[in-house]
Design a protein around this ligand. Structure first.
Ligand code: SF4
Ligand code: ZN
Ligand code: ZN
Length: 308
């Protein structure tokens, strides 16, 4: 965790005339905080992101994409504490023990906060991720992303949710931004924004944790006794995003604030230019009828590879 000089006091407590010791120092915000004020700061920062990007309001019905990891459970906890109407959706990917453990943790958490958790079993609907992995040449994480996005959108639409909220944090967003910049994936850069507006057949998608680091999210989960899956999915090994995260974290260590600057400056300076360009036309997939930018959506293309 971030280094804290001995004897540092919480800045907010100090401003109120109290003498509470800080337990965390956030160098990119130059802020030392005690436990109570860290939790308060964390939730306020998310609420500000929700407001600034007009993600949703208290009358919206929100579906949180729950994976059993720290970020999605933290997000669900914060939305619940802030009084938003948020249920969860867990997609059981059928990845052996990893899926069993993450599903159980998600179920326990939903009971703890008293919110509904919907569960989709991928093996019953299509095929498990290990089965998909055998059947297609597509990188596993890319196939997994395609099916998750497809079922999430379809389920939210059919069940009357107006918003899908995912737990992508600042580390995730900067790693994706870095990868998309290295490869100049303009089409992906055009869509990398904290809010993807609803569009003919697509539900609005939001990322309220986009300005929260992985470390801050882990600390919030720890302070709130949130039990989450602490080991990685076996398919994440060798993913380039992990390499990008490592490089960016090294930069962050030597120059605190690099990730936040990289991301926020992209949103302020680059995204408006890119988003002026016309997007590809949204159509209906000729096979399943779901929205797609191509004649046949990537989900149906993937499905074609599976044994009949
Ligand atoms: Fe899916 Fe890849 Fe994430 Fe595993 S690491 S859950 S395969 S996207
Ligand atoms: Zn304090
Ligand atoms: Zn389709």
């Amino acid at each position: 965790m971030y280094k804290l000089k001995k004897g540092t006091k919480c800045r907010i407590c100090k401003s109120k005339g109290k003498n509470e010791k800080a337990i965390i120092y956030l160098p990119h915000h130059r802020l030392a905080l005690c436990k109570i004020h860290f939790i308060e700061w964390f939730e306020k920062r998310i609420e500000k992101t929700i407001r600034n990007y007009q993600m949703f309001n208290k009358s919206d019905t929100i579906l949180v994409a729950v994976s059993g990891g720290k970020d999605s459970l933290t997000l669900w906890n914060v939305l619940n504490n802030l009084g938003y109407n948020a249920d969860g959706l867990y997609i059981d990917l059928g990845i052996d023990q990893y899926s069993i453990d993450s599903k159980n943790l998600s179920i326990s958490f939903s009971k703890k906060i008293g919110r509904k958790l919907h569960i989709i079993n991928l093996k019953e609907k299509l095929a498990s991720i290990p089965e998909l992995n055998k059947a297609t040449n597509k990188p596993t994480c890319s196939a997994c992303g395609t099916v998750k996005r497809y079922f999430m959108n379809k389920f939210a639409k059919e069940s009357g949710y107006s918003i899908i909220a995912t737990g992508h944090n600042l580390d995730d967003e900067t790693a994706v931004l870095f990868g998309n910049t290295i490869h100049w994936n303009i089409d992906y850069l055009k869509r990398q924004y904290p809010v993807l507006k609803e569009e003919r057949g697509f539900i609005r998608k939001v990322k309220p944790l986009c300005k929260i680091t992985e470390k801050e999210s882990a600390l919030y989960a720890f302070f709130n006794n949130i039990s989450y899956i602490e080991y990685e999915c076996p398919f994440s090994e060798g993913a380039s995003s992990i390499e990008y995260k490592r490089i960016l974290s090294l930069l962050e260590e030597n120059h605190p604030g690099t990730k936040l600057q990289f991301y926020t400056n992209f949103l302020k300076r680059m995204y408006p230019i890119l988003s002026e360009e016309k997007h590809d036309d949204l159509k209906k997939c000729v096979v399943c009828g779901e929205p797609s930018y191509t004649q046949i959506c990537s989900f149906c293309k993937l499905k074609e590879n599976l044994p009949k």
